[in-house]
Every structure is written in structure tokens, then in C-alpha cells.
Design a protein around this ligand. Structure first.
Ligand SMILES: Nc1ncnc2c1ncn2[C@@H]1O[C@H](COP(=O)(O)OP(=O)(O)OP(=O)(O)O)[C@@H](O)[C@H]1O
Ligand SMILES: [Mg+2]
Length: 326
């Protein structure tokens, strides 16, 4: 089972869109995929499930036993270890560990934050907390028979995301070609290095009788260029200028390398471009299916039909590039 997180501390760069669409296209071609929603905003979960299912998942009163937060609850309440994760069937070969707003509002972030220094003192309960997401994801993946796990997270460098990254063998970074994204990348690379090294140090101090621990590889698997930077009607030249900087910035920040291929086309770390599919996305959200699966009955007629086919080809290419990088 391979685990891949889609991570960038810059928001709105297409993390959730990528996890949703890559999950669906990879499942279509026969691989069993588990999607994991660790963003408290839970956009991925909302995209996957209908209104009724969401209301059952997140009742206004009481606990949410079928979300990831529900599975963490016995541990957070101090009455046990993590529970059994509830795997939700989303389609053939495709399943989901559901997100929950409570991942951001409960004591989880604080507990994970406190556990990080405590692990240096060989505190077993700290290792239980820090490895909880890893253990839930492994258990969910095994339950689903998944060959591949795609993890979606929120846009920040907090303790919840650090624990999520510990569970990821590989990291894909969606990047928008703009100044803000470039600055985010300059924080992301060193932060991942710090987390990787910090975890290696802690892991070497783990008590022998403790829980199964992740390796914490967080290996950079590559980046995806978000073409939707174009949607703001910025001049094409400005977009191209930023795209030209991406290979150098990615290699420097994520790989610690001084040299880089001159263009994204020649950069093996560039997994592809995520085009902006304009109104296909709202159509897909209404139909609650991926953009590339839209049919005339969903409103994909005329020029849309061609865009659907192009979208399918794009995501097929992206999925192949990603699988080759793992
Ligand atoms: N290729 C695309 N074509 C059209 N719309 C897109 C595309 N990619 C993303 N969007 C839209 O852009 C917005 C941001 O995308 P998305 O939610 O995937 O980003 P994110 O990185 O997950 O954001 P956040 O950091 O808030 O979790 C969404 O409204 C999404 O529907
Ligand atoms: Mg998102």
C-alpha cells in the first residue's frame, strides 16, 4: 500500500480537486484507492457524498462515529487507543475516510502539538498520538484492500498536518504560478526537512512496547502546475514568467538542489499541468461526479463534451506520471 499526501501550505491550489479526480480515474482503471480527508473543512468528503449521507455523517448533536475524528475520539477522551476507522464506499474500487470539522475544533491540534516535544522524552502516549493518523490510515487501507492511499489536508503547517505528513510516504505539491505560491514553497521545503529529521530523532527514542510507527519518509514525488492562475485574467506573459521559475524554486526548496531543468516540460519532477476547466467544475459538483465523467444529461453538451474528453486525457496522463513517480 502506497501513501501519497497532496500538500501545500498555500490554499486553493487544487489539492482537493486533484485527490478527488485522481482517486476516481485510478479506481476506474482497476487499482483500489482509498481517499483520506484530513482537512477539517472536509471539502473532499462533501464532494464524495450526497446531502443525506452528509447529514448522517455529521449530525448536529452527539458524536460522529463514522468520521476520522470519531475514530480518534477514544484516544482524545483518554479512554483508549484509536478506534476502528469507518471506510465509506464511494464507488467501484474507491473508498473514503471521511473528514470532520471537529478535526480542527477539538483538542486534537493542541494534543499533537504537545506530543511533539514529549516524544523526545520517550513518552509512549506521545508516540500513540503522533502515530494515530498513520495507524488509522493503514487500518483503513487494509480494510479497503487499497493499493494506493491519497491524503488531502488543509493549507497550513500546523501539528495536524505534521502528523498527516508522517503518514505519507510521498508528497505531491500542487503549485500555482504566482508570487504567493512561490513564497509558500520556500516555507514548505525547509518545514518538511525539519519534520522528517525531527521525526527520525524521535523515532529512534520510541519505547519498544509502543505502537506501530510510520517511517516519516515524506519523499517529494513531484509537483503539479495549476493553470487556474490564468483564471484571474492575468496576462499570459506574467503566468509564463512564474511557470518558468517553478522548476528552479521546487528543486531548491524541496530537493535542496541548486540546479534544475530549464522548463516544466523537461523537468521529471513536474507531473503535469492541471488545466482550468472553467464551467466543467460547477457541472461536476452538481452532478457529484468527476469532470471527466460528465455526460450530456449532466449538461456536458456542445463545447463541454470536448472539454470532458480533454479532461479525461489530462487526468489519465497525470495519474500515469504520478504512479511512475512512486
Ligand atoms: N482544474 C480546475 N478547473 C476548474 N476549477 C478548479 C480546478 N481546480 C480547482 N478548481 C476550483 O478552484 C477552487 C480551489 O480548488 P481546491 O478546493 O481543489 O483547492 P485546495 O488546494 O484543496 O484548497 P484548500 O487549500 O482551501 O483546501 C475550488 O473551487 C475548485 O472547484
Ligand atoms: Mg482542499
Amino acid at each position: 500500500m502506497k501513501t501519497v499526501a497532496f500538500f501545500n501550505n498555500k490554499g486553493g491550489v487544487g489539492k482537493t480537486t486533484l485527490v478527488y479526480h485522481l482517486g476516481h480515474i485510478m479506481a476506474e482503471s482497476g487499482g483500489s484507492v482509498l481517499m483520506v480527508d484530513l482537512d477539517p473543512q472536509s471539502n473532499l468528503t462533501s464532494m464524495c457524498l450526497g446531502e443525506d449521507a452528509l447529514e448522517r455523517l455529521w449530525p448536529a448533536q452527539g458524536s460522529h462515529p463514522h468520521t476520522l475524528h470519531g475514530a480518534l475520539e477514544p484516544m482524545l477522551r483518554g479512554i483508549g487507543d484509536v478506534g476502528t476507522p469507518h471506510v465509506i464506499d464511494v464507488g467501484p474500487n474507491l473508498s473514503l475516510l471521511a473528514g470532520d470539522l471537529a478535526l480542527g475544533t477539538s483538542s486534537l491540534e493542541d494534543r499533537l502539538s504537545n506530543a511533539w516535544p514529549r516524544a523526545l522524552d520517550r513518552d509512549e502516549s506521545a508516540f500513540r498520538l503522533l502515530s494515530a493518523l498513520h495507524r488509522l490510515i493503514r487500518a483503513g487501507g487494509a480494510q479497503a484492500g487499497a493499493a494506493l492511499v491519497l491524503i488531502d489536508v488543509g493549507p497550513n503547517l500546523g501539528a495536524l498536518n505534521r502528523a498527516a505528513m508522517l503518514a505519507a510516504e510521498h508528497i505531491v505539491t500542487p503549485l500555482a504560478p504566482d508570487l504567493f505560491s512561490m513564497q509558500a514553497l520556500r516555507n514548505l521545503g525547509p518545514t518538511l526537512t525539519e519534520w522528517r529529521e525531527g521525526w527520525a530523532d524521535r523515532r529512534s527514542r520510541a519505547p519498544a512496547q509502543g505502537p506501530a510507527l510510520p517511517a516519516g519518509a515524506m519523499a517529494p514525488a513531484g509537483y503539479v502546475v495549476m493553470q487556474s492562475g490564468m483564471r484571474l485574467n492575468r496576462p499570459v506573459k506574467a503566468y509564463q514568467r512564474w511557470v518558468a521559475k517553478l522548476p528552479g524554486e521546487y528543486h531548491r526548496a524541496m530537493l535542496g538542489a541548486s540546479g534544475a531543468p530549464a522548463t516544466t516540460d523537461t523537468d521529471a519532477h513536474c507531473l503535469g499541468v492541471l488545466r482550468h476547466y472553467q464551467s466543467l467544475m460547477p457541472l461536476a459538483q452538481d452532478a457529484r461526479k468527476p469532470m471527466f465523467a460528465l455526460k450530456p444529461a449532466d449538461g456536458a453538451i456542445g463545447a463541454h463534451a470536448g472539454a470532458v474528453e480533454r479532461c479525461r486525457a489530462d487526468f489519465t496522463g497525470l495519474a500515469n506520471q504520478l504512479l511512475a513517480a512512486l
